[in-house]
Design a protein around this ligand. Structure first.
Ligand SMILES: *Cc1c(COP(=O)(O)O)cnc(C)c1O
Length: 405
């Protein structure tokens, strides 16, 4: 079938789903707008600072905004978080002490966090005598029996949930899933519950902190940066927990009292403001990719028809060369570095060779259209992002051509 026609049919077939995505975007846009109004954001807050950054209003206001949007007592949103991994590491090192034990209810944490948590001789949590248990999921669902057994027999200092699956094959947890498991956990433990919120922000009309999570953490080069924030991360949650994390971002005693940025903060504010819309664009692009690839006979996860809890779609190509060709076509249909050809490479923090297509304005930004894959059977390509639905459409046409070529 001609690709244009295929796209038209998909848009008709999934019209309700497309509309629902826009409606969620609208609710979240109002939530973010009202946070800006409530926090009395003005142009002066975008101003740069230098040195220690004492009285840096932009830093304080940006954090206040994230607290407002996430409905938490406090937050820290900062360009000084170098990545999502660094953000989550700051939270873990801030909250945990030698001898403590933490437990993940969602199985093994994201690949790059394995070094942070279990690394040997690299300054990991394990090096500091902090134990971190993982309770594997059962067919992607929380293992309630095992969770009950562990929580009733041991005292944990932190309970950890990862919303998006990373490279594991399960659906992202919905906020409702997270609400239910937190209610369940609270029958056994009052330990702080921290959620890795990467790729989940603004996909639903509530965030995990609105349903009982004590802390959320994420990256600003994903959803909440709105494809505009040039770097950074955020942690939002109970004030006591945020104070503990702040001490790791900078130093104990100074926490969020310091930290300057000699460039305008405008992109962080503007990015957050745009984020609900950008996330909706990315989700519509993801739905289009999923439906088109399904139509061509590939297995896509989650399937096009399913509700999704994050912005990632996984397509199984079952064939290394097809996957590589498709991934390279994503790169070739990108606004930046379209002429570069991605090749599989050993990446720091990952076990298998990884191929990544990211022709993004912000390096490595995966709220911009991007695709990546650990190179191993069934040659699954993780596709996410897209600042505009129009771009996703054009890129899809070209990617489908690559499968015939
Ligand atoms: C991206 C991601 C991370 C890590 O973020 P980086 O910015 O890549 O370091 C952690 N957890 C999940 C679920 C992610 O998707």
């Amino acid at each position: 079938m001609e690709t244009k026609k295929l796209i038209n049919e998909i848009e008709r077939k999934y019209a309700d789903r497309f509309r629902e995505i826009d409606e969620i975007g609208e609710v979240n846009q109002e939530k973010v707008l009202d946070a800006f109004i409530e926090c009395r954001i003005s142009a002066g807050h975008f101003a740069p600072t230098t040195g220690y950054g004492y009285d840096d209003m932009g830093r304080d206001k940006l954090s206040q905004l994230f607290a407002s949007v996430m409905r938490t007592e406090a937050a820290i949103a900062s360009p000084h978080f170098a990545s999502g991994t660094h953000t989550i590491a700051c939270a873990l090192f801030g909250l945990l002490r030698p001898g403590d034990e933490a437990v993940s209810l969602s199985g093994m944490p994201y690949d790059t966090l394995k070094n942070v948590i279990f690394g040997k001789g690299n300054g990991s949590l394990a090096d500091f005598g902090i134990k971190f248990d993982t309770i594997p999921t059962v067919c992607g669902a929380f293992d309630k029996d095992e969770i009950a057994r562990r929580l009733s027999s041991e005292k944990f200092a932190l309970i950890y949930i990862q919303r998006s699956p990373g490279y594991e094959r399960r659906k992202a947890y919905s906020v409702s899933d997270i609400k239910q498991i937190i209610k369940f956990v609270r029958e056994y433990s009052d330990a702080p519950i921290a959620v890795d919120n990467c790729y989940g922000e603004f996909v639903e009309t509530a965030e995990p902190t609105e349903v009982g999570a004590d802390l959320v953490m994420g990256s600003l080069i994903k959803n909440p940066g709105g494809a505009i924030a040039p770097t950074g991360g955020y942690i939002a949650g109970k004030e006591r927990l945020i104070k503990a994390a702040e001490a790791r971002l900078t130093a104990p005693g100074v926490g969020a009292e310091i930290g300057s940025y000699e460039h305008t903060y405008r992109m962080f504010f503007q990015g957050l403001f745009l984020a609900p819309h950008i996330v909706a664009q990315a989700r519509k692009g993801g739905l289009l990719f999923a439906a088109a690839l399904e139509e061509l006979g590939y297995t896509v996860f989650p399937p096009a028809a399913d509700k999704t809890g994050d912005i990632v779609r996984v397509a199984d190509f079952g064939d290394k060369n097809k996957m590589l060709a498709f991934c390279r076509a994503v790169q070739a249909a990108s606004p930046v570095d379209a002429c570069a050809r991605p090749d599989p490479w050993a990446m720091p923090g990952y076990d298998d060779e990884v191929i990544m297509a990211s022709g993004s304005f912000v390096q490595g930004s995966s709220i911009e259209l991007s695709a990546d894959a650990p190179v191993r059977p069934p040659y699954s390509l993780y596709i996410q992002g897209g600042m505009t639905y129009e771009h996703a459409k054009i890129a899809l046409c070209r990617c489908l051509d690559s499968l015939n070529g």
